[in-house]
Design a protein around this ligand. Structure first.
Ligand code: ADP
Ligand code: GN1
Ligand code: MG
Length: 541
């Protein structure tokens, strides 16, 4: 066992002496002091280097914080080993890190993952709770409590009996109290490295949450979303649907040998066990795990992707075939009731609150000429010819994640609108977005075309996955699903334009009108190629 030299032989130096003896880690223990003439004192402080051979270990037992740290640095520089002295009655978590020359006195507690810098003194009976960072040269006084997740700055003296509470950190990328509250509500506030806006949805506010990893890098770990309260009036019901469906999917994915952490979203509850957090403005926030090595596309880059998308949405329909549809809440009533959407359009046109009708006469006429189409599927539902299923209802390409390496469709996201609905709506919504040669908001209409090869790729994938659960009537109506959903979406954009852009996020005043135009162009071209579309469906049925 090595010998130990204690610099400073005052009252505190003698406490350190007793603690060092109690550790049984040292052979001889001696002290240096300029004033004290105790029998253990073998020299003055300035002589410290002369004792290095005989006493390879040394600590600095000074009550003054700056002086203690300075002496620790001197000792290290002079090649002493500067140990930590931990009294045997103290309780120190194995995951705690304690810097050189620190002292943990009798019955003190250092909890999980807490870090102490060099030359700290945690005095008798003090408690430093988990995940706290104590910088160098700090004195945590007798019987004091430093609560979890605190940051104690260098040289601070925490008084005897004092209680220190965690303060919130400034997190990079957090620009509102609501976002900060949400991060803390889900328990990320103390560790989170930074947040960034994420994704390109039209409805919710989405953020990527980056957390530190063990190798010191930051990793996109969670997706945090503020749910649009204007669109989803009852967030509790939205979240109940989502938890119900994702938990059901997890079981069935696991039962079929899949990876439930990759093939469905795992939502996280708040620290108080709620399915979502409500901020001070009454806006709901929810959170799920980011799926690593996944990628989300805004447009189809190659037909294979769209084929994969069809397979995934087909599989989704099939996986939820046994889900009890009557337990689902209708999160947006009449969401794909195209007749009702037409009525809403007419009302918006009558009211024309922004005086915009005069700027979109051709588009208004297009909708009015297609009134009859709005009833094609609704009428069949009334007659019981088309079954209601558990459907996603918002099957855009950017609501699916692909595996970054294999290119396979892995996971369906944006589950807010899971409700009983028509398979044709899911099929159609995918087609209207993905089987286009241009973006949904392309301003140059000459670039916007319905791409029948992409239609074929999706149809193939969809029918390969879901063909055996779809009824003959459903298969026959898939082409109507495509055309009607495209028309309906255009009608919704135009309605929102007339109403003053209160529903979809927009970047400029005519954004919704531009979107409506692309949809009508696509619907028109589908009409022209309706027979070829039917032949494709037949080919894969
Ligand atoms: P919205 O209703 O606003 O469309 P989404 O849940 O679809 O809300 O999220 C918005 C966008 O955020 C998605 O379209 C996608 O671009 C992106 N996004 C969300 N979750 C993920 C994820 N796990 N990985 C990659 N992108 C994601
Ligand atoms: C919205 O939420 P997001 O961006 O995935 C909308 C869909 C529309 C789509 C048009 C809840 O989808 O219905 O088809 O925009 N979602 C909701 O791009 O209204
Ligand atoms: Mg989305």
């Amino acid at each position: 066992m090595p010998n130990l030299l204690i610099l400073g032989a005052g009252g505190f130096g003698h406490m350190v002496y007793e603690s060092a003896v109690a550790t049984r880690q040292f052979d001889k223990i001696a002290m240096l002091d300029d004033a004290c003439k105790d029998s253990n004192v073998i020299g003055k402080l300035v002589d410290y280097k002369d004792f290095r051979k005989e006493y390879p270990c040394a600590v600095a037992a000074f009550g003054n914080n700056k002086m203690r740290l300075q002496w620790v640095k001197n000792l290290l520089e002079a090649d002493f080993v500067v140990p930590t002295i931990i009294h045997p009655s103290a309780v120190v978590s194995p995951s705690a890190e304690i810097g050189a020359g620190s002292f943990v006195m009798q019955r003190a507690v250092i909890n999980t993952k807490t870090k102490l810098g060099e030359a700290c003194l945690v005095n008798s009976g003090a408690i430093v709770d988990h995940d706290t960072v104590v910088e160098e040269g700090v004195h945590i006084g007798l019987g004091s409590v430093v609560k979890a997740n605190c940051h104690v700055e260098a040289f601070r003296k925490v008084e005897a009996g004092e209680v220190i509470f965690a303060k919130r950190r400034k997190i990079d990328g957090v620009d509102s109290w609501m976002l900060e509250d949400a991060l803390y509500a889900f328990g990320f506030g103390n560790q989170c490295s930074y947040v960034r806006p994420f994704g390109a949805g039209h409805i919710n506010e989405t953020y990527a949450v980056f957390m530190p990893t063990e190798n010191g890098e930051d990793e996109l770990s969670y997706v945090l979303q503020r749910v649009n309260r204007n669109v989803f009036k009852n967030p509790r019901e939205v979240m109940e649907n989502i938890f119900g469906v994702t938990e059901y999917l997890r079981q069935s994915i696991r039962a079929n040998g899949g990876d439930p952490d990759r093939e469905t979203l795992s939502y996280i509850k708040t620290k108080s066990g709620e399915t979502y957090f409500e901020d001070t403005e009454g806006q709901p926030w929810r959170c799920y795990n980011y799926i690593p090595d996944s990628i989300c596309y805004q447009s189809v880059e190659k037909p294979e992707q769209f084929y994969q998308s069809g397979r995934s949405f087909g599989r989704f329909l099939k996986q939820l075939d046994g889900y009890p549809a009557d337990t689902l809440f209708e999160t947006i009533p009449k969401f794909h009731d195209t007749e009702d959407r037409f009525k809403t359009f007419q009302r918006a046109l009558r009211q024309d609150v922004k005086n915009r009708a005069k700027t979109c006469k051709a588009e208004i006429e297009f909708v009015q000429n297609h009134k009859a189409d709005c009833s094609v599927l609704m009428e069949q539902v009334r007659q019981g010819a088309l079954p209601l299923r558990v459907t996603h209802n918002d099957t855009k390409l950017n609501n699916i994640l692909f595996d970054e390496h294999t290119g396979e469709g892995i996971c369906i996201i944006d589950l807010d609108t899971i409700m009983p609905g028509l398979s044709l709506n899911d099929f159609g919504d995918s087609i209207r977005f993905g089987a286009s040669t241009a973006a949904e908001d392309e301003q140059d209409l000459s670039k916007v075309h319905f791409d029948i090869a992409l239609f074929e790729a999706y149809t193939k994938g969809y029918l390969e996955s879901a063909g055996d659960v779809l009824t003959p009537a459903e298969k026959e109506n898939l082409v109507w699903g495509a055309k009607i959903l495209t028309l309906e979406c255009g009608m919704r954009f135009l309605t929102d334009y007339l109403q003053g852009d209160t529903y979809f996020k927009t970047q400029y005043p005519t954004h919704n009108l531009v979107r409506a135009r692309t949809q009508f162009r696509l619907a028109e071209e589908m009409e022209q190629q309706f027979e070829q579309m039917k032949a494709i469906v037949k080919k894969y049925s």
